[in-house]
Write a protein that binds this ligand. Structure first.
Ligand code: GLP
Length: 241
């Protein structure tokens, strides 16, 4: 595990974007695993800026996103499909046919998850997986006590996650209660993993997840065992280390 301490959110975003763009420069046809949430937005913004300057080219890149709400259409502004387009894909030269997000519109959970595992397999696995961390240590939507050996699966969101995601919806009742997520196994099989975390509200979970025991109670803790895991923190998130 490598920890990179950044000064603030902009610095964290720039450092994470540097690692992602290095991956794309070294392997232009790489597979990037991408994440939603507020934390990576600055990273995407920085990548867009460098793309506009001609410093990074996404024309051969394939992406697989971590998760999607179940029972939501792509054009719903709350879908992760929509989020990724409005925060990143619409502003760079990623080929639409190489963009993958679990199919939230498919209510047949088994079929949707199997199909997504097949996509990850077909593209040759993930070269670099970007992650945020939930306040309870969830990664993707792998909630506490998720089995470490699962591929893509359907999860019931916990109260804490519904609460944390309410800010993106008009009201709490609108937050879906289920999601399709890559499993811990899918994440651990990525060749490299990069996590971004910022803000004082992440300081406790960062300490627990990466300086405490590896346990399914804190899903992100398994990343301590990943052979190529980089954690980029701002000063507030690193304050308790
Ligand atoms: C959601 C996403 C996670 C993300 C988490 C934290 O639950 N499914 O992938 O890491 O939110 O979000 P934020 O970065 O806004 O704190």
């Amino acid at each position: 595990m490598k920890i990179i301490c950044a000064t603030d959110y902009a610095d964290m975003s720039r450092k994470a974007a540097n690692i992602l763009s290095a991956q794309v420069i070294m392997k232009p046809n790489c597979v990037l695993g991408l994440a939603t949430g507020g934390t990576p937005v600055g990273t995407y913004r920085q990548l867009i800026e460098w793309y506009n300057k001609g410093d990074v080219d996404f024309s051969e890149v394939t992406t697989v996103n971590l998760d999607e709400y179940r029972g939501i259409l792509k054009d719903n502004p709350q879908s992760y499909w929509y989020f990724m387009h409005k925060n990143f894909f619409d502003f760079v030269n990623i080929a639409p046919e190489r963009v993958h997000v679990p199919d939230g519109a498919n209510l047949d959970a088994d079929a949707a998850c199997k199909e997504y595992d097949a996509v990850i397999h077909q593209v040759g696995g993930i070269d670099l997986q970007l992650l945020g961390i939930g306040p309870d240590g969830h990664i993707g939507f792998n909630e506490p006590n998720a089995a470490f050996e699962l591929g893509t699966h359907c999860v019931d969101l916990t109260e804490s996650t519904i609460e944390a995601n309410t800010r993106f919806f008009e009201k709490k009742e609108d937050v879906p209660h289920q999601a399709y997520t890559m499993g811990i196994k899918s994440i651990m099989q990525a060749r490299k993993v990069l996590m971004v975390a910022n803000g004082a509200n992440k300081a406790d979970i960062v300490k627990t997840a990466f300086f405490g025991p590896v346990t399914p109670e804190v899903p992100a803790s398994i990343l301590q065992m990943h052979p190529d895991f980089t954690l980029v923190l701002d000063a507030e998130a690193a304050a308790k280390l």
